[in-house]
Design a protein around this ligand. Sequence first.
Ligand code: 3HC
Length: 308
Amino acid sequence: MDLEQHFDATIARDQRIEPRDWMPEGYRKTMIRQVAQHAHSEIIGMQPEGDWITRAPSLRRKAVLLAKVQDEAGHGLYLYSAAETLGADRTDLTERLIEGRQKYSSIFNYPTLTFADVGVIGWLVDGAAICNQVPLCRSSYGPYARAMIRICKEESFHQRQGYELLMTMMSGTQAQRDMVQDATNRWWWPSLMMFGPPDAESANTAQSMAWKIKRHTNDELRQRFVDMSVPQAEKLGVTLPDPELKWNAERGHHDFGEIDWVHFKQVVSGNGPCNAIRVSRRRKAHEDGEWVREAAAAYAAKRKEAAA
Ligand code: 3HC
């Protein structure tokens, strides 16, 4: 059996590809692409909610939000480490992000206008992330799948804290209830776009499914998320902003309205409401951190010299 046949047999047997295994260049490339963009998403994703840490309405809410945002940083670093096992260079990946040569999730290009946004992000955005990432625990690339296990456990905390925040607000004043409905109206459709373009327009899904990098298609996971969210919205007492959303007994799923893919393409190509601020803040953080990287490198070189 030659190397390619061994790779194919490993995938066929639902076993893991590990860093030292031979892999087709295309597999390595698409793994670096997906893992790096996932990592970028986690790091950029700290910004929308981070804006509310200093303005949280109580010490408890501040502590919970701080823990969540710190988790996202950890997810990003975890995933950059997974990308490095494929031969990627973290500095190069950061430059690709800052220069717009690699993507991050469209969902983080919207403003967080009230504290209800923090709850809706936890409920819908982290809920969508769980839908998308639990299957990735069975992704064929070992380090990525194993990283997902820990990340998914933390995402569950993220989703719960958001939903609990909203339950509290919904039992509050009318103004609080209106804030939750307003945030739901703004985040519902962008959350559906998190799952990617329709399968028919997805450039990567077929190959990623064949290599068992992805275990479900974009549309399958989007449908799963819609079906999961409808009863949660009912329990919360909010209306999802889609008049065509209704149960289809024949399909055993909820039908839902047409997604605005023109808007999605706008946001993915850098023209969303907050793309510029998100990337410029990331660039500034990278530049401000230059001295730390230099000091760490100088210290490592000194230690190496002393050990020689
Ligand atoms: N935002 C930005 N770009 C997107 C996108 C989105 N929501 N959905 C798709 N794209 C891009 C893809 O990256 C691809 O571009 P590329 O070839 O230059 O990378 C192009 O649009 C076509 O999309 P495909 O469906 O063909 O691409 P994929 O097969 O890679 O599927 C994906 C896209 C479903 C996002 C898949 O990459 C994936 O599952 N990634 C892992 C999960 C992830 O990255 N989630 C991001 C959310 S961050 C998060 O969950 C953090 C949590 O704390 C909220």
